[in-house]
Structure formats: structure tokens, C-alpha cells
Design a binder for this molecule. Structure first.
Ligand code: AMP
Ligand code: MG
Length: 415
């Protein structure tokens, strides 16, 4: 295969990220935190209060004052149990000299107490405790603002609100958050041979395997998706559909019709009604990927074969979506190394991403990886037990058993 005129994936990604506009921070809306999952913060968020808001015990035990006269003598020390401070039920009053207060984790430190003796270090009788060590001042006490102080930055503008971030906002008592507007994405598949589930297949037809997976992958981002269904291989229909979709979308994403077949109209139509920035990339699967603009909308024409569509989405379109929805950091896929089991075929010239399964094998010295059998780009089945992609650079040799290969775990890539 002539791979000379193909653009490297690194260059293609750079070009894509340079071309796509980030979401404007002027269009934002307040949303309740329970509806803010995966949205992007439009502003820095600071803590409205300190967390914890009061000095609290980190352990179940007894609150004491480490400077009480009792501790000047030799151990053991006896302290009278004066009262209780339970989580949610503070002790009202002041700790008296040579006394202690029964306390539970998360309960308020009573006035004048300055340390906690953990339960396991105290011998309790009904009226008093006996301890054999003088506790250090501040032992097992969480001070006000130990987690975060009032006014401190908790999330910066452009952060994505995943489960952890939302939990954090909730812990700080923040009920509503300003987020950027959602990206509008129009999605369609192209091909006269495509049919939809629920219909029986006529001769020569196959079911559309791309639209749903691409839509579900994009739903990890703040997007409003218009599912425009399946377009036939008809130039006028495609031209009208692309033009209309571009007018109401930030992104138009299609699959199929971008190669060099007789019915591959999409790429030429984008050149005609918009501007094509790139088309052929030195990757496998997925050589033909059209990227450009139609009016103000960004256009991605992914290859038709499902594996190619998914891999090019993950490696090229997803980072663009991350930037376009206003996320401040576009995450590069995590990469690590694993030891190959079995040999794999790879022809130089294109960076290749093979579907593979990795697992931890401590006896064999760490991560092992083996490829799914048939790597044809039409085979959705090659994803079946797949939890990573093996990346083979365009100039790499054929790796064999025992070689260390680069892998991209799918776990992070799919979300
Ligand atoms: P194309 O890029 O349109 O030439 O399509 C390349 C191959 O992918 C052909 O075998 C198509 O039938 C197949 N293909 C295109 N779109 C889809 C789709 N949405 N679902 C499953 N296969 C597809
Ligand atoms: Mg086609």
C-alpha cells in the first residue's frame, strides 16, 4: 500500500485540535448538581464554608485535655467520664479538669478538649477511663478546614463534573453550579446497504452498527444529539442533509462514504459546500477520515467499517469534542506497556491499533496482552473480550511473543 501521502495520527490530531473552537464561556446556565453529571464548569468554584466546619474527632474514643494536671504524674491516668459528644449531637458545656468526654468519629470536639484517646487505648469502667499514655495535643482531631478552607478553590473553570467532582460539591454544600451550554451534535450513517434494527434485511443489506455506539460514546460529554438516521448513497440527499445539519449543529458526525468507492460522496460534498482540512491518515484501522468545516460546524466523516469508526472516533473525534465542550484539559489516552503473548502481523507505514485483551499475571511479571484473532475492520466481534488497544507505530517490526508492546487501556478511553 502506498502510505506516502498519508498524514500521521499525531499531526492529524494536532491539526484537529488547532482547528476546532472551544466552547465560549459566555454562554452558561445554572443547574442543580444532581443534573450536572459530565457538564463542564463555566467558572472557578470556591468553597462557601470550611470543611469540616467544626473541629471534629477522627476516631471513636474520649476527648481529653492533654495539659490537665492528671498527666504530670506517672501513668496510668484516670479520667472521669463527664458526658458524651456524638456525631450530630455535640456536648454542650466545657470539659472539666481531669475528665474526659466520650466521643464518636465526626463529633464536635468539646470546649477545652485538645486531643482524642482512641477507644482501643482506654480501659473503661462505668464512671471513668484509665489510660497508660499521655496523648499528644491535637491527636486524632480534624481541625476546621482540614479538608478545604472557606474561599479556597475547589474546581476550576473547564473542569468536567464527574461523580467525584459532584460528590465534592455536595460535600461543600453547593446545590447548583454554573455550567457551559451543551454541544449540539448531529449524527448519521450513510449507505444504501444499511438497515435499522427491527426491520428484516433485504438482499445485500446489513444492520447499521455505528450510530448507536457513537451516540452512546458521545453521551459521556455534555451534548444534545440529533440522530439523523441513515442517509442513502445519493448526492443530493447527502448534500441537503449535511447542509441542514451544519446550520443547527456545532458538530456533524457521519460514518461511511468517505473512501474512494463509486458511492463515496461524503468527502466531495464537504469540499463542495464547506472546507475539507484532512482526509487520509496513516492509521489502521481507519485510513479515510474526513475532517473539516461546513459553515461554522465542525465535520467528522468517519470510515464506515464499525471498528474503524469506533477507533477513529476515540482517537481523533473524542479529543475534539472534549475541547469543543469547553473542557480545559484534553486528555491524552493513557498508555502503558505489556508483554505480548503470541505474535501479531503488522505492516509498516501506518500506526496500527489492534483490539486486545490484557490481564495482570504477577507470576509472569506483570501485564500480559494478547490480540483478538481476526483484526478485520468490519469485525465488531473483535471488540468482544477487548479491554485495550495495542499500538504499533508505523515503523515498528512484527512483534513476537515476549516483546513489550504499548497498550491503551479502553477503560479511560471509552468514557
Ligand atoms: P464505506 O466507507 O461507506 O465505503 O463503507 C465501508 C464498509 O463499511 C462497507 O462494507 C459498509 O457496508 C460498511 N459500513 C458503512 N457504514 C456502516 C454502518 N453504519 N454499520 C455497519 N457497517 C457499515
Ligand atoms: Mg458506503
Amino acid at each position: 500500500m502506498n502510505t506516502q501521502n498519508l498524514m500521521s495520527i499525531e499531526y492529524a490530531l494536532q491539526l484537529i485540535l488547532k482547528t476546532v473552537p472551544p466552547m465560549s464561556h459566555s454562554a452558561y446556565e445554572p443547574v442543580n448538581i444532581d443534573a450536572a453529571h459530565n457538564r463542564i464548569c463555566s467558572h472557578d468554584i470556591t468553597a462557601p464554608i470550611s470543611i469540616p466546619p467544626f473541629a471534629a474527632s477522627a476516631m471513636d474514643g474520649y476527648a481529653i485535655n492533654s495539659e490537665d494536671p492528671q498527666f504530670t504524674g506517672a501513668p496510668p491516668y484516670q479520667l472521669r467520664v463527664q458526658g458524651r459528644s456524638l456525631a450530630g449531637h455535640p456536648f454542650h458545656g466545657e470539659l472539666q479538669k481531669n475528665c474526659c468526654i466520650r466521643i464518636t468519629t465526626g463529633a464536635c470536639i468539646p470546649a477545652r478538649a485538645d486531643a482524642i484517646v482512641i477507644q482501643e487505648n482506654a480501659i473503661r469502667t462505668s464512671e471513668q477511663i484509665e489510660i497508660s499514655h499521655r496523648p499528644e495535643k491535637n491527636a486524632h482531631i480534624r481541625n476546621v478546614g482540614q479538608d478545604v478552607g472557606a474561599g479556597q478553590l475547589i474546581l476550576s473553570a473547564g473542569s468536567r463534573l464527574g461523580a467525584l467532582q459532584l460528590g465534592w460539591l455536595q460535600a461543600c454544600g453547593i446545590a447548583s453550579v454554573n455550567v457551559l451550554r451543551k454541544l449540539k451534535v448531529s449524527v448519521f450513517s450513510t449507505g444504501d446497504e444499511l438497515s435499522s434494527t427491527g426491520k428484516s434485511l433485504a438482499a445485500g443489506e446489513i444492520y447499521d452498527a455505528n450510530r448507536l455506539v457513537l451516540i452512546k460514546l458521545m453521551e459521556h460529554f455534555p451534548v444534545i444529539i440529533s440522530d439523523l438516521g441513515i442517509l442513502p448513497d445519493d448526492e443530493d440527499t447527502i448534500r441537503n442533509a449535511l447542509g441542514a445539519a451544519a446550520e443547527k449543529s456545532d458538530i456533524v458526525l457521519s460514518s461511511g462514504g468517505v473512501s474512494v468507492g463509486d458511492a463515496d460522496y461524503v468527502r466531495n460534498i464537504v469540499s463542495e459546500i464547506g472546507h475539507l482540512e484532512l482526509w487520509k491518515i496513516a492509521i489502521k484501522p481507519g485510513k479515510p477520515v474526513a475532517f473539516g468545516k461546513i459553515g461554522k460546524a465542525v465535520f467528522f466523516g468517519l470510515p464506515g467499517n464499525p471498528v474503524s469508526a469506533i477507533v477513529t472516533y476515540l482517537l481523533l473525534a473524542k479529543p475534539a469534542i472534549e475541547k469543543m465542550c469547553g473542557k480545559s484539559n484534553v486528555d491524552s489516552p493513557l498508555k502503558t506497556f505489556a508483554t505480548l503473548e503470541g505474535s501479531i502481523s503488522h505492516s509498516p507505514g501506518r500506526t496500527e491499533f489492534q483490539r486486545a485483551t490484557c490481564y495482570q499475571d504477577s507470576a509472569a511479571g506483570g501485564l500480559q496482552v494478547s490480540v483478538s484473532e481476526d483484526q478485520s475492520s468490519n469485525r465488531f466481534a473483535s471488540f468482544r473480550d477487548c479491554n485495550c488497544l495495542i499500538e504499533l507505530s508505523s515503523d515498528s517490526k512484527q512483534p513476537v511473543t515476549g516483546d513489550r508492546v504499548t497498550i491503551l487501556p479502553l477503560e479511560g478511553l471509552l468514557t
